[in-house]
Design a protein around this ligand. Structure first.
Ligand code: SAM
Length: 342
């Protein structure tokens, strides 16, 4: 085992922890609920969703304890996700509580945007300065088809609200599915013409919710780039180290940027810097590994921050070197993104 992976939980040492493969892991994606106000076909079934019972969902105080322990061992970045984080009651209060935790330098959220118009200002004031909004189509009828809810206009207003309160960057996450929205890529590019949006095309992944998934649905980055190049000059942007997994581009003269995230066709596990925590307090060190470490009993048992921090460091030791989606036979994970926290 690498020496860094055995790092002791020393309250004076705030350097970021490393996993067993010497990757710096300082980013925690935290699902605050498994509930969602959409029912995206590739993510959740319409009916019969097994919901985590309320008494098992981490309370705000427990979340704060978890994040304080993570910050003590060197975590700096937190993303709130779900389910849909904006359906969690008093989410703004949680944002304020996390903002005040020493050592947390970056607090963001992934949302479907449906409730963002009414919450953008209070979230921004509370500490969410940047946001990722999921939007897979720019056609209202197709939005209804894929999400099973008629909320397209609300999401578009949510995007405008995020920009107008000053959130930056505002990223639009588009899961690209060949027969569903590949024909809309130029419309998505147009979103970046006059608005400082970062549109990111993400490969469709074989999670548990993605029942219809097959490799033909994926549009590899090379193909996407060559299609876009038929109409635009596209400049590749330099990547600052520690930035996310996207490969970024810009069309000269456009206000926004484009990004490509390729977890399936070209994984980026060697640069992985994150772990995830489900809303019922299970740490997943890899999206595609179903190994989960139950941290809720420690949080409820009143353990002190050092014990909880050491537990997190132990999880890092077992973080897999890479995901197993495409190693040999295609493997999916046992939970959907709405349960894990996308
Ligand atoms: N409700 C929030 C939202 O919609 O952004 C956060 C949770 S949602 C599960 C997070 C992201 O996971 C969304 O962008 C969604 O499109 C993405 N997602 C869900 N299932 C996916 C899959 N099979 N492949 C790729 N992305 C997926």
């Amino acid at each position: 085992m690498d020496r860094d992976a055995k790092k002791m939980n020393d309250p004076l040492d705030k350097s970021a922890p490393r996993d067993g493969f010497a990757r710096t892991i300082d980013y925690l994606r935290l699902s605050v609920t498994d509930r969602c106000n959409l029912r995206c076909r590739y993510c959740m079934p319409e009916e019969g969703v097994d919901r985590i019972s309320h008494d098992k969902v981490m309370r705000f105080e427990e979340i704060v304890t978890l994040i304080r322990a993570a910050a003590n061992v060197g975590f700096q970045k937190i993303r709130l996700t779900g389910g849909e984080p904006l359906v969690r009651r008093d989410i703004t209060k949680l944002v304020r509580m996390i903002r005040d935790i020493e050592g947390i330098t970056d607090l963001s959220m992934t949302t479907n945007g449906v409730l963002l118009e009414e919450r953008a200002q209070e979230l921004y004031t509370a500490g969410i300065q940047r946001v990722n909004i999921s939007l897979d189509t720019l056609v209202r009828e197709k939005f209804l088809q894929i999400t099973r809810r008629d909320e397209f206009n609300a999401v578009m207003r949510g995007i405008d609200a995020a920009l107008s309160v000053g959130m930056h960057p505002v990223k639009i996450n588009v899961v690209l599915i060949r027969d569903f929205n590949y024909d809309e890529i130029f419309d998505f590019v147009q979103l970046t013409r006059n608005r400082p949006l970062s549109v990111r095309f993400i490969e469709y992944m074989p999670t548990n919710g993605a029942q219809a998934w097959n490799t033909d649905m994926i549009v590899p980055m090379d193909e996407l780039l060559s299609t876009l190049s038929t109409q635009y000059e596209i400049d590749k942007l330099d990547k600052r180290s520690g930035a996310g997994p996207s490969v970024d581009f810009k069309i000269p003269g456009f206000s926004g940027t484009l990004g490509f995230i390729t977890p399936v066709s070209s994984h980026f596990c060697d640069r992985c810097n994150r772990i995830r925590v489900t809303s019922d307090g299970r740490i997943r060190s890899c999206l595609f590994s179903d190994d989960e470490a139950h941290i809720l009993p420690l949080l409820r048992g009143g353990e002190d921050l050092t014990v909880i921090g050491d537990f997190i460091l132990d999880v890092l030791k077992n973080k897999p070197k890479r995901h197993s989606i495409t190693s040999g036979r295609i493997r999916t994970c046992q939970r959907s993104m709405s349960e894990i926290g996308g």
